[in-house]
Design a protein around this ligand. Sequence first.
Ligand SMILES: *Cc1c(COP(=O)(O)O)cnc(C)c1O
Length: 442
Amino acid sequence: MQDRDPRRSLPRTDAVLADPRLESAASHLGRARVKRAVTEQLQALRTDVVSAGAGTDAASVVDAVLRGLPDGATSLQRVINATGVVLHTNLGRAPLSPAAVQALATAAGYVDVEFDLTDGSRARRGRGTLAALRAQVPDAEAVHVVNNGAAALVLATLALAAGREVVVSRGEMVEIGDGFRLPDLITATGARLREVGTTNRVTLDDYAAAVGPDTGCVLKVHPSNFRIEGFTRSVDVLDLATLGVPVVADIGSGLLYPDSLLPGEPDVTSALRAGAAVVTCSGDKLLGGPQAGLVFGTADVVEAMRRHPLARALRVDKLTLAALEATVDGPPSPTHRALHADPDDLRGRCERLAADLADLAEIGAEVVRSDGVVGGGGAPGVTLTGWAVALPESYAAALRSGRPPIVGRVERGRCLLDLRCVDSADDEAVAAAVRAVGAGGV
Ligand SMILES: *Cc1c(COP(=O)(O)O)cnc(C)c1O
């Protein structure tokens, strides 16, 4: 029996790696990555031929390795977001527009990010991106871009209030997610928090009583991921600006100007007009761009932030600058389109998907109402009227393990596929994936 031990007939690693199909994979994934996959596959065959479930000749080993290799050299997988949550933090928040993706590719090589091609001298880093932002928000005297919204707030606090006090309402002491809390972020800069008011109510007098010679700034934080309703009162930027100290407005989600779809959502232009010295927000929330922290404000405060020693530690790379400019200057972002999707159009797409699956009677695909949400720390009270195709609950896990994975939403024992955030060009791929799961007998 020893002679029949299949372990004896396993091909050598080198022999497998020499297969042209794997050489081609190595050219875009890297030789080390492919070699590791081959070693793992051979090891699996060596330890347990049956459960490795594959032939032991070189061609079969290559087949198995190719099945297990990713399409690209990143372990990140493209995911089809059928959750109806537009800014899904766990799915990478805002998807970039094709224009922004193209800008990323351009910026990947050598670029004139900090170079003046006319005279060969050094030029202002990211000047095109800053100009695009200024053009969208003419009320801002100056603009700066950092790594994310939290970094923008840190830099504003450092520039205005290090060693001094930041006056903030108790109702705005927000945890942004994953255990990170804005009050901790602020005190980590060396500023002291001066809390005013109560969880549900604060008045201008509360702020006025707290403001003094030690005040660095007053901070107004938009409670972007929760809502307090009922007996509440807060003070808006317009009134805070009368206190005679700089007002920092952290609006969170990055609307540059008002959006009638999101009436409760603050925007950069309005906050500046109301008198904020600095407005900070994220690039990858409602703006629909890459992760970034945007800073708009008066020339002196923005310049103080830009020249602060820590600004260098928070600066963005050329890829972000490129994608941000393309987002701000380019066609509507996928985020914008998902937010403003026409419910009738969504319904039509869902009906076509359900009709397409009608012959799979056992899954009972059915069009149902589905309220989308903004998600990602934006517009917590807003629901977006939409539609979904309901499938048996077991489809949720099966679709997640497909290629590309499709992430639906499980609700009341059913798997809902909400097409709001699905590119209509992917509708057929969704139908095919559901069909493949059906054929697999889930
Ligand atoms: C999201 C958010 C932040 C943090 O922004 P990041 O870009 O995630 O760092 C800060 N403040 C508010 C109000 C937010 O909504």
